[in-house]
Design a protein around this ligand. Structure first.
Ligand code: G
Ligand code: G
Ligand code: MN
Ligand code: NA
Length: 257
């Protein structure tokens, strides 16, 4: 209960912030997008990771206003970077299942894009398999309406959820994000390598892009390059950074080496 009360206060007190992690093109090494990752800077608890408060926020309904804040802030920040003359990159935002079930989600997203002046083609929404599989017919409609605006859709943590491969065909998707549990031992575990190889082949045959999560070593990256993975994300390039540090990373040219 103390946590619930503190969380409700946190939004009012502006204790939330976004960190940003680059998404990198495997072939060129260029930063092509970034993912916004939520953090709670709690005066009592210190920096709290989302795993410790997203679930509770969903239970108490806070995820709707909190998710709205995340989307606005991510779009506002991305537009500010664009207006400051930085490269126009895509900003990825994670969506909770609860947000996805809001009937007016596509209209809400459209309103935020309009309000912040950000182009729909610069927004990416990340949803997990379970989010879309909860009610596939409804999900297909929502994804259609988001996609029709020009928004990029990614499936997060791909391979860990309840996978019915038929949904890959039904849903309007752009990118599969290979969960980092398959990437970790890719160079030593033949099964993991086979899974990653198969997911890449599947994605490409369905004209989807594929990004590997949790890339920490040059060896993992070399394997992914060999397997034809399009993009990667992970500590090898950068951990998620506060806005000022992320901007410095982009400006340093580390963006396109
Ligand atoms: O950033 P890591 O930084 O610890 O994120 C852990 C988990 O929290 C990830 O699965 C990520 O999808 C989720 N997460 C991070 N930011 C957000 C957010 O803004 N909204 C939702 N719903 N989940 C988030
Ligand atoms: O939304 P998603 O489930 O993809 O959240 C990404 C999570 O992965 C965040 O918690 C982020 O901090 C974490 N992460 C990003 N890069 C790496 C990495 O290279 N290694 C590990 N172990 N975690 C990572
Ligand atoms: Mn994500
Ligand atoms: Na993920």
């Amino acid at each position: 209960l103390a946590l619930e009360r503190a969380l409700r206060q946190a939004l009012e007190n502006q204790e939330f912030e976004l960190h940003y992690q680059p998404k990198v093109d495997v072939a060129s090494g260029a930063v092509v997008a970034m993912e916004a990752l939520l953090r709670w800077r709690c005066p009592q608890r210190g920096m709290v990771p989302p795993s410790d408060f997203i679930g509770v926020s969903e239970e108490i309904g806070l995820i709707i206003p909190l998710g709205a804040w995340v989307l606005r802030e991510a779009c506002r920040q991305n537009r500010a970077w664009q207006l400051a003359g930085m490269a126009h990159l895509r900003m990825a935002v994670n969506l909770s299942a609860y947000q996805f079930r809001q009937k007016d989600l596509p209209e809400f997203v459209a309103a935020v894009l309009k309000e912040t002046g950000m182009d729909a083609s610069c927004l990416e929404l990340e949803v997990t398999e379970s989010v879309v599989m909860h009610n596939p017919a409804e999900a297909a409609q929502i994804l259609d309406r988001l996609h029709a605006q020009g928004i990029h859709i990614s499936v997060d943590d791909f391979g860990t959820g309840y996978s019915s491969l038929s949904y890959l065909k039904q849903f309007r998707l752009d990118t599969l994000k290979i969960d980092r549990s398959f990437v970790r031992d890719i160079s030593s575990d033949a099964d993991d390598a086979a899974i990653v190889r198969s997911v890449i082949a599947l994605a490409h045959s369905l004209r989807l892009q594929v990004i590997a999560e949790g890339v920490e070593t040059e060896e993992q990256l070399a394997y992914l390059r060999e397997l034809g993975c399009d993009q990667y994300q992970g500590y090898l390039r950068s951990k998620p950074l506060p806005a000022a540090q992320f901007e410095a990373l982009l400006r340093s040219g580390a963006a396109d080496t």
